[in-house]
Design a protein around this ligand. Structure first.
Ligand code: ATP
Length: 930
């Protein structure tokens, strides 16, 4: 088949050419065979960095190269042992760096795979969702508004179908799609109106198509290189840290040069000083910082996945910690989206419906008496519309049926009914089935000939069905919007003009239902005469006869109330934005504790009447936006941002994409969200749950704090190391640490504990703090001071221990080795104690030391390794160490403990002072005098 002629073929020829069945789809076996034959439906990826290259990259660092050069020289000069040890340490360091980076890259790749697209196919007559990569030519694909077209397809059905093809054609206005053959042989892509191209988006309507090309054969495949747009995977913090790293290199090198010069001036041998200087530079430069940051981010992101939040853009992890407002959809995010119709309203009659969930068992009651739908014309009409203007299906879960085996009913087993489709429509399907008018029973009599799908702009949907030679329009939607399209009303079984009085009655009934937190839908119909045109939505949805209302419950999610309270404590405001009725929205907002006293609820209509200035004045006080259209969301985000907020915004539909993109953290729904919204988002909730956003924010805050923790640890350690050497040289003392010892400290005490800090548990009050400012420096909240002061204390104490030991026999070579061992042990121990300090924003005494098992393990192994270096005979000559006696250990412990003790006491005293200054405000809230 000529690749460019698919658009010319009628459906039958299409079936022959592709060996497929346009009703039942391919069989599973054929699909499998074709997958082997044609390969996966994927665009080939750009080249990846091989593990070998990643390993070799570890040696690229300038100072490491200098160290290798120096080692080579010392090897040539006969210092074999030194040279071998240094090389071994460098290689070990590289392995550690490699493992870190490899893990980081692998987790990033895993993240990408998680958000991989899926497709809805019909195979063996059943509808299934499969990974888009498993599609094969001939597969029958179903598409709806918001879906990404998963392969090149030829449409065989298209209802009000529009596709946005700018990625391919550059044309940003969506083009209409149809299913008819086009005769012209050669057509540019933009004119192939019956073809859907891979990677483009359906922005309206529904469609069905046969896959004609997959993977690199598709039109997108041909220009694959152009669209290999990788998501931004570096965060602003990472970039800032890279810059910081460069500054630190300069500082470290400058100080090292000073140390070397001072040493030489005080009579140290030049070569020895040079090697010590290079080792010091290697140790002091925090080259591991970017990798540890990436790991902390990647592991944090993995923890988020466990809590059902998938991060698509790494920078958003950082922004999450700054979020000050969450704008959330109502249906499905704050509520369960498990709808059940509990009431029907027909021309002044209120009818109650019994039954729970999706099980189609229940009855109708009016004033406590059963209603027989068979003899109730108005009710039958409403049920008919509910069943026909509906795409949902409720089926008995096969697993549940099998559970008791051989059809026996077990007493405790509950029937499980599964919904396929939209929950609002599912509730209506169940309603109709409960009262004896299931879609199945109507199927032989009514054939659907057209559909005008639901969209959140019109807030209604309609279908045209043929029946006994005539045509009937069935419509349903938000009552206020639907009533505008109705000229008549079915009142007490008679069709009458829809007068203002009757309209008011309907509106009052609808508001009453909405006020009790019910989701209210209106129903309408019209018999078409033979000459009535009905091609467009406007034509179909006009002159309708209003038939009645239904009210359905959608219970709030259980965990959401607590999540909202957590947000409030964390200084994060929750705003509900919904397409639903204002009264329904307010009732649910009150149930969930969203609305504070004095909070405002406004409707989309009121919002439209305001200009941005007016909105800005009150947007800080608005907690509920009801009956909004997607374009309102963009205005809301922008207004909140102008008030200085960092905004997280959820969305699921096609038209939500601009707001999701504009928000600081765009959030899409994993279950109900469209591909368009997912692609615009930074975060996907795999369970559509509001509480997951809060969990993600908590993780975001924790990741940031963990990054601060290990920066604090690494930099304070480095300051300590440099200062020990620097002060010694300035004081004209011998080298307190020899090069190998410096490298050892760098390898063993810095790397492992820092990584363990990267996965530390959150502090208890993490979600009681106000959101951090997005422009806050990483050294804010006294972190810079903590690093410098602790670094100085570590340096001074290490040098003090060295000097005290040395002063017992100055000039004695053996005493110098002992003093260097004491300095080495003090430095290691001081850092290992300090690492526990770093876990708390206050001091070591404020947290359980054993809580972070990785850290305990890392510290213990570092200790054991240090003892090995001191006490294992073969290692002593290599590291120039000697065993210490009890008194020397006492000195080491005291010197190493002083920094933590001094800072800890300081922090306990200052928090005591703060507490005594805390007073009660009249509202009963704590306020701390600053
Ligand atoms: P949220 O934006 O919080 O998810 P929502 O689901 O109520 O709220 P929309 O999906 O835009 O928002 O629905 C708006 C209104 O449209 C609903 O209140 C309902 O009256 C009506 N509606 C919803 N689904 C359908 C449907 N499938 N067919 C017809 N009307 C519908």
């Amino acid at each position: 088949m000529d690749q460019n002629r698919w658009h010319q073929l009628p459906t039958e020829t299409l079936e022959q050419s592709l060996g497929c069945d346009t009703a039942r789809g391919l069989t599973g076996a054929t699909a499998e065979e074709r997958l082997r034959q044609f390969g996966h439906n994927e665009l080939s990826e750009g080249a990846r960095v091989s593990p070998l290259l990643l390993f070799l990259n570890q040696f690229k660092d300038f100072m490491v190269l200098v160290l290798m050069g120096a080692t080579l020289i010392s090897g040539l000069l006969g210092e074999f042992l030194d040279a071998i040890t240094i090389v071994a340490i460098i290689v070990l360091n590289a392995v550690l760096g490699f493992v870190q980076e490899f893990r980081a890259e692998r987790s990033l790749r895993a993240l990408k795979a998680l958000s991989a697209p899926t497709a809805k196919v019909i195979r063996d007559g059943n509808t299934d969702i499969v990974p888009a990569s498993e599609l094969v030519p001939g597969d029958l694909v179903l598409l709806e508004s918001g879906d990404r077209v998963p392969a090149d397809i030829r449409f065989i059905q298209a209802n009000s179908c529009y596709a946005e093809e700018s990625a391919l054609t550059g044309e940003s206005v969506p083009v209409g799609k149809h299913a008819n053959p086009i005769t012209e042989p050669e057509l540019p892509l933009g004119d192939q109106r019956n073809i859907g191209f891979m990677g483009t988006m359906l922005t309206g309507g529904t469609g069905k198509g046969v896959v004609i090309r997959t993977g690199m054969e598709t039109e997108m495949g041909r220009i694959a290189d152009l669209i290999q747009k990788t998501e931004e995977m570096e965060t602003p913090l990472q970039r800032r840290l890279e810059q910081l790293g460069k500054i630190l290199i300069i500082v470290a090198v400058a100080l090292t040069v000073l140390v070397v010069i001072a040493g030489i001036m005080h009579g140290q041998p030049a070569y020895g000083m040079f090697l010590a200087g290079v080792s010091l530079a290697v140790a002091a430069i925090p080259e591991g910082l970017p990798a540890i940051v990436t790991i902390a981010l990647a592991l944090g992101v993995q923890r988020m996945i466990k809590r059902k939040a998938i991060v698509r853009k790494l920078p958003s992890v950082e922004t999450l910690g700054c979020a000050s407002v969450i704008c959330s959809d109502k249906t499905g995010t704050l509520t369960q989206n498990k709808m059940t119709v509990t009431g029907v309203w027909l021309s002044g009659r209120a009818i109650q419906i019994t039954g729970e969930g999706y099980e189609p068992v229940g009855e109708a009651y009016e004033h406590g008496k059963p209603v027989d739908p068979k003899h109730d014309q108005s009710l039958r009409r409403l049920l008919q519309i509910a069943a026909l203007c509906n795409n949902a299906e409720v089926v008995r879960n096969a697993e549940a049926e099998d559970k008791d085996g051989k059809g026996k009913k077990s007493a405790e087993r509950k029937e499980e009914w599964q919904l396929k489709g939209d929950p609002t429509e599912g509730a209506l399907t169940v309603l109709s089935s409960k009262l004896g008018m299931s879609a199945k029973s109507l199927e032989p009599l009514y054939k659907r000939i057209a559909e005008f799908p639901f969209d959140s702009e019109r807030k209604r949907m309609s279908v045209i069905v043929s029946h006994q030679g005539g045509r009937l329009v069935c419509a349903k939607g938000a009552p206020d919007m639907l009533m505008e399209q109705c000229a008549y009303v079915l009142w007490e079984d008679k069709v009458m003009p829809f007068t203002a009085t009757l309209k008011r009655k309907v509106a009052e009934a609808s508001e009453q239902m909405a006020g009790s937190a019910l989701r209210v839908l209106g129903f309408a119909y019209r018999d078409l005469r033979s000459h009535d045109r009905c091609e467009t939505t406007e034509e179909a949805e006009s002159q309708l006869i209003f038939a009645g209302l239904t009210g359905m419950i959608d219970p709030p999610r259980k965990e959401v109330r607590e999540a909202i309270a957590t947000c409030r404590r964390a200084g994060i405001k929750t705003v509900m934005i919904t397409g639903d009725h204002q009264l329904t929205a307010e009732a649910i907002a009150n149930q969930l504790g969203i609305m504070p006293r004095g909070g405002i609820a406004i409707s989309g209509r009121e919002l439209s009447q305001m200009d941005d200035e007016q909105l800005d004045k009150i947007s800080d006080n608005i907690y509920v936006y009801a009956r909004v259209s997607p374009e309102h969301k963009l205005r809301i985000v922008k207004s909140l941002q102008r008030q200085g907020h960092v905004v997280a915004m959820t969305g699921d539909g096609v038209n939500d994409a601009p707001a999701i993109k504009a928000a600081d953290i765009g959030i899409a729904m994993g279950i109900s969200g469209t591909d368009v919204s997912k692609e615009a988002s930074a975060l996907i909730l795999s369970d559509d749950n509001f509480a997951t956003i809060v969990a993600a924010i908590e993780e975001g805050r924790n990741i940031y704090e963990n990054i601060r923790k290990f920066i604090r640890y690494l930099l304070a350690s480095n300051v300590g190391e440099i200062l020990t050497m620097f002060l010694a040289m300035m004081a004209g003392l011998p080298l307190p640490l020899i090069p190998i010892q410096i490298l050892w400290v760098n390898l063993v005490t810095d790397g492992l504990p820092a990584m363990a800090l990267g996965v530390d548990q959150a502090e208890k009050d993490l979600m009681k703090m106000k959101p951090r400012s997005s422009v806050e420096s990483i050294f804010a909240r006294r972190l810079g001071w903590k690093i410098i002061s602790r670094g100085i204390l570590i340096g001074v104490c290490t040098l003090g221990a060295f000097w005290l030991t040395l002063s017992k026999a100055p000039g004695d070579a053996g005493q110098l080795v002992l003093a260097q061992t004491v300095a080495f042990a003090t430095l290691v121990l001081a850092q290992l104690i300090h690492v526990f300090d770093c876990r708390s924003s206050r001091s070591i005494f404020h947290r359980n030391i054993l809580q972070n098992k990785y850290l305990v393990f890392a510290v213990l192994s570092s200790l054991v390794l240090m003892l090995g270096v001191l006490y294992l005979k073969p290692l002593q000559p290599v590291f120039k160490t000697v065993p210490l006696d009890f008194r020397e250990w006492c000195l080491v412990f005291v010197a190493a403990g002083i920094p933590t003790f001094v800072m800890g006491i300081g922090s306990v005293l200052s928090s005591g002072r703060k507490k005594s200054k805390t007073k009660w405000t009249p509202s009963g809230k704590h306020s701390t005098a600053r």
